[in-house]
Design a protein around this ligand. Structure first.
Ligand SMILES: [Cu+2]
Length: 317
C-alpha cells in the first residue's frame, strides 16, 4: 500500500506484527461490544425481572482462559521473532558507524568515507552501529520502521535492507535540546552500481542519488516520475507545459513522433521527433530551433541519467 511506504524488509516485518495485533483488537472490540449489547437487551429488567443465582461453568472458564492466553502468547511469539530478526544482522552486512550529536547525524563507511546523509544500495543488508557523542538521541527511519536509541558510551546496533529506491527521512526521536526538531537527515537508496561507483571511487567520486536530491529541494517531487521531477527541479516547466498548453516554448505533450519544422544552420527542415532529436534539443538547444519559437532556451547541464529519465518521460506524454 502506497500510503504506508514500506521501503525496507524491516517495515514489512514491523507492519505485519502491527496489523496482527491491531486486527485482533478490532475483532475483540466488535465481539465484546456485540456481546455486551446482547446481554443488556436479553437480561434487561423487562425481560428478566428476577435475578438468578448462577454457578460457575468449568468448560466456559477453561475456554475464556486458554483462548486469550494462546492469543497473547502468539502476539509475544510474533513480536519476539521479529525483534530477534532486527537484532541479528546478516553476516555479509556492510557496517555503518552512525554518530548522533547535537544536532546532526554523521555516517562512516568501512572504507573511511564520511557523509551527512546515509547512502544505501538497494537490496543489500546494512548494519548500523549507533553511538552518541553527547546526550541521548533516537535514530529513526520511519519508512523502514527502524528505530534505535543513540546512548552515550554505548553502541546499539540494528540493520536494514532497503527494498525501494528513493530518499527517506531520518529523524531524532528523543528531545535532545533546542534544535532537536531540526536534527534531520536522509537515507538515499540507490542502485548497487551507483553506490559502488561512489564507494570505490576516489575523493571526488560523485555522490549517488544526485537527481533524487535535486528533487528533494522541491517538496512533493518525491512521488513524481523521475523524469517529471527532473523537469521541475531544473526549471524546464517555466517554459514548457506537459499538458498541451503553450508557454514560451512548445509543450512537451504528444511531442514524441510529431512532424516538426526546425531551423538548422539557417534552413528549415522537416523532421520527426525521435530520441536523438530530443536529446540534441535538450543538450544543444541552439542547434535546431523549432519554427515559430524564439531561440530562447538556455543550455541546462543534465547528467546522463537525468537526460535518460527526461527523454523517457517525454516519450510517455
Ligand atoms: Cu537528537
Amino acid at each position: 500500500m502506497e500510503w504506508m511506504n514500506q521501503a525496507a524488509l524491516s517495515a514489512q516485518k514491523s507492519d505485519a506484527v502491527f496489523f496482527y495485533v491491531f486486527g485482533l483488537s478490532v475483532v475483540f472490540l466488535l465481539f465484546i461490544t456485540a456481546l455486551m449489547i446482547y446481554f443488556v437487551v436479553r437480561y434487561s429488567r423487562k425481560r428478566h425481572p428476577v435475578a438468578e443465582q448462577i454457578e460457575g461453568h468449568v468448560g466456559l472458564e477453561i475456554v475464556w482462559t486458554t483462548v486469550p492466553l494462546l492469543l497473547f502468547l502468539s502476539i509475544f511469539y510474533y513480536g519476539w521473532t521479529n525483534y530477534e530478526y532486527m537484532r541479528q544482522a546478516p553476516r555479509d552486512a556492510m557496517v555503518i558507524q552512525v554518530t548522533a550529536r547535537q544536532w546532526s547525524w554523521s555516517f562512516e563507511y568501512p572504507n573511511g568515507k564520511k557523509t551527512k546523509v546515509l547512502f544505501a544500495p538497494i537490496g543489500k543488508p546494512m548494519k548500523v552501529e549507533v553511538r552518541s557523542a553527547d546526550v541521548v538521541h533516537g535514530f529513526f527511519i520511519p519508512s523502514f520502521r527502524l528505530k534505535i536509541d543513540a546512548v552515550p558510551s554505548r553502541t546499539n546496533t540494528t540493520w536494514f535492507q532497503a527494498t525501494k529506491l528513493g530518499s527517506y527521512d531520518i529523524q531524532c526521536t528523543v528531545i535532545c535540546g533546542v534544535d532537536h526538531s531540526l536534527m534531520l537527515s536522509k537515507v538515499i537508496v540507490v542502485p548497487e552500481d551507483e553506490f559502488k561507483a561512489w564507494y570505490f571511487g576516489g575523493e571526488d567520486a560523485p555522490e549517488p542519488g544526485k537527481n533524487l536530491r535535486a528533487a528533494e529541494a522541491h517538496p512533493g517531487l518525491k512521488d513524481m516520475p523521475l523524469g517529471l521531477a527532473v523537469l521541475t527541479a531544473k526549471g524546464c516547466l517555466a517554459c514548457h507545459s506537459v499538458d498541451g498548453k503553450p508557454k514560451v516554448g512548445p509543450t512537451l505533450k504528444a511531442l514524441y513522433g510529431r512532424e516538426q519544422q526546425i531551423l538548422v544552420a539557417g534552413a528549415y527542415k522537416n523532421i520527426t521527433v525521435d530520441d536523438a532529436y530530443l536529446r540534441r534539443s535538450i543538450t544543444n538547444p541552439m542547434d535546431q530551433v523549432v519554427r515559430g519559437y524564439p531561440p530562447a532556451m538556455p543550455p541546462t547541464p543534465l547528467s546522463g541519467q537525468e537526460l535518460d529519465e527526461v527523454v523517457r518521460y517525454i516519450k510517455g506524454l
